[in-house]
Ligand binder design. Sequence first.
Ligand code: HEC
Ligand code: HEC
Length: 410
Amino acid sequence: MLSKRIWMCAVILMLTTAIGTAAELSDKEKLGKYVFYDKELSINKNQACAACHAPQVGFTGPDSIINVLGSVYEGSVPGRFGNRKPPTAAYAGDSPVLNNDTGTWIGGMFWDGRATGQTLGDPLAEQAKGPFLNPMEQGLPDAACVVYRVVTSDYKDLYQQVWGKLNIQWPKKVCSEAVTLSSGDQDKINTAYNNIARSIAAYERSKEVNSFTSKYDDYLKGRKALTPQEMRGLELFNGSAMCANCHVPPLFTDFTYDNLGIPKNLMNPFYYESAWNGLGGGINWIDYGFGGFFNIETENGKHKVPTLRNVDKKPYPSFIKAYGHNGYFKSLKEIVHFYNTRDSLDKCSDIVPPQDPKPGLNCWPDPEVLDNMNTLEMGDLGLTDSQEDDIVAFLKTLTDRYESHEENRH
Ligand code: HEC
Ligand code: HEC
């Protein structure tokens, strides 16, 4: 009798801890979540972080048609597009502060590493301060406006609980233009803005966003077997296809930078925007990535190695996702085929009629940046068509189960 009761208690305890770890967010994470999904935090009150980083697609761009075309997303102001594809905001929290300690650049946030983490000691939090004020994204006039909208939101009590009460003399024009505050108030705004960013980073690092609930994780824990094809893909991934050299399990990135020689995505609307914002749009624009931002020629064309977790996560099977910093590739098969044949197929520019250049079939377009291209670990892998399929099958095992996000959406 007694042992049965103990056994029952143990079961209930196990159940509650299992549910607890799946669903519960700390107050700080919860605050970050409210901010992450709050459309009010944009100039036209129409765009949250989640507009470009949505859970149902693994925290990247949720619009299949945009992904098929230019792959870059419009900001809060219509007609203003960014210049790169949104990477996932999940599984990014372990990227260190950008450094060159080992002779290789590693860490930071964004495709080009420009959120280094040096000011806050945390690249993920530092990144979160960008989009609210970026005119191509949420487009608010200043940090004071972001803070104002958070501390007057319907989750203002939670803000106060986590970070304390904020006493500011709010100018009448806050949010209609950039405002000037007393230096004491401006200091408080700066601290509050950093705290909001840290809350977002806490949510992005939470168990809800990084659930590690994919079939691959179940396989690692010995709970599920991979199919023979997925197993072959895993072996190629870690072995002769060399993917794991950069996409190091279990996060599937090493936070370094490389130039894969991806062609331009000429459907990117950025090519057709005038250079109104000084970012240098226009048809001759070249994305030099890390080297471009930091002005280091030997790094030109390099972009951060993205995690491959949730790379195939989609709301329905015919949904198209885009791959690479400019979304040039529209399926996993295409990008794997590129790694395999970039250097073994002709350049499309070399193929003249009557032969018909078919990118990916008989040729690849020229790389956007030829310098510093990685030719040691990719380009001519000698994989068969079915080996490419095996790798794709393995990549599909990296999709997290959906429930943990859905249950918690407010
Ligand atoms: C209009 C679309 C858009 C909105 C809104 C947006 N992002 Fe992004 N996000 C992007 C794009 C595009 C990039 C890549 C930009 C680049 O590398 O230059 C990016 C990059 C990131 C990264 C870097 C990931 C990595 O591995 O380097 C994180 C994290 C992120 N965004 C989180 C956020 C948060 C938090 C918000 C809200 C405060 C937000 N984003 C709002 C489009 C958007
Ligand atoms: C030398 C390092 C390196 C190796 C080896 C490598 N990758 Fe990558 N991978 C990258 C970098 C860097 C990017 C982003 C490049 C860009 O967008 O310009 C990337 C991007 C990707 C993407 C797009 C992800 C996204 O969210 O857009 C996929 C998928 C991918 N790699 C799969 C693979 C597979 C499969 C292999 C093995 C066949 C492989 N990679 C080998 C460095 C590497």
